[in-house]
Design a protein around this ligand. Structure first.
Ligand code: KIV
Length: 288
């Protein structure tokens, strides 16, 4: 595909996909090479998620992730993405400050990293007010409800939200409030498929599901889960398309064996001097 014929994803074109009933496909990315591959493979939306903390930086949860880390990783993702809409995830305590400080932090994603939008977890009254202010400041916002991983200490564990009627009703209400506050799309994480369906049918903006069943307008996954690079247990909702962990282990084991056994580097992987240069070198050394 030439650069001229690339369909560059914008917020209106993403929203039009819902009207046309075209599924939106989204993934996370945290660096240049992976963002380039997934952008060229046709992903519509790339989220520089704060899952960065767990899958790349080795933190236990997303709480320690800082604005500096997010901006640092969002920059190369933006540089690599020619087609996809890139969204930066606001890390914990970057938007729990005063409205002014929170808006300033969100603006850093657009001004310094070059993302087109930010994502914010939650739909409390205070959060909705902040979202309205961000939208008014020309900062597009993606919502995130259901399981919100930044609330891990309140939740105790990552588990399905909305299994009981009261909780399901609250999630539907949160979705309606977020739409009213002006988000352009929202992530529904870890909710029963039927709850995701009700929301997707009730609102006009696209829903992106993760552990939310088949009825959302699109799907988002953590890249490292999709390719089998995540450490430890892979939950039921993840479809692992390749086991890169195993493939990389095998490649590194072979490299270790080759180097230790003197098979690598061999002549085929070395640079060589022309014969006359070798002779000149020998002569010069003999003269010394
Ligand atoms: O941080 C992240 O990767 C996310 C997705 C799981 C939606 O928020």
């Amino acid at each position: 595909m030439s650069n001229d014929s690339i369909e560059i994803l914008t917020i209106p074109s993403l929203q039009a996909k819902k009207e046309k009933k075209e599924k939106i496909v989204a993934l996370t990315a945290y660096d240049f090479p992976i963002a380039k591959i997934i952008d060229e493979a046709g992903i519509d939306l790339i989220l520089v998620g704060d899952s960065l903390g767990m899958v790349v930086l080795g933190y236990e949860n997303t709480i320690p992730v800082t604005m500096e880390e997010m901006i640092h990783h969002a920059k190369p993702v933006v540089r690599a993405s020619k087609r996809a809409l890139v969204v930066g995830d606001m890390p914990y305590f970057s938007f729990h400050l005063t409205i002014e400080e929170s808006v300033f932090n969100a603006s850093r994603f657009l001004k310094e990293a070059g993302t087109k939008a930010v994502k914010i977890e939650g739909a409390s009254k205070r959060r909705l007010k902040l979202i309205e202010t961000l939208v008014e400041a020309e900062i597009p916002v993606m919502g995130h409800i259901g399981l919100t991983p930044q609330s891990i200490h309140h939740l105790g564990q990552y588990k399905v939200k909305g299994k009981e009627i009261g909780e399901a009703k609250k999630i539907v209400m949160d979705a309606l409030n977020l739409e009213r506050a002006g988000v352009f799309s929202m992530v529904l994480e870890c909710v029963p498929a039927q709850v995701a369906r009700i929301i997707t049918e009730k609102i006009k903006i696209p829903t992106l599901g993760i552990r939310a069943g088949p009825y959302c307008d699109g799907q988002i996954l953590v890249f490292h889960d999709l390719v089998g690079l995540s450490d430890g247990h892979i939950p039921k909702f993840v479809k692992k398309y390749i086991d890169l962990n195993q493939i990389i282990r095998e490649a590194v084991k072979n490299y270790v064996e080759d180097v230790r056994g003197g098979m690598f580097p061999d002549q085929n992987h070395s640079y060589h001097l022309k014969q006359e240069k070798i002779e000149e070198l020998i002569k010069q050394r003999a003269r010394k």
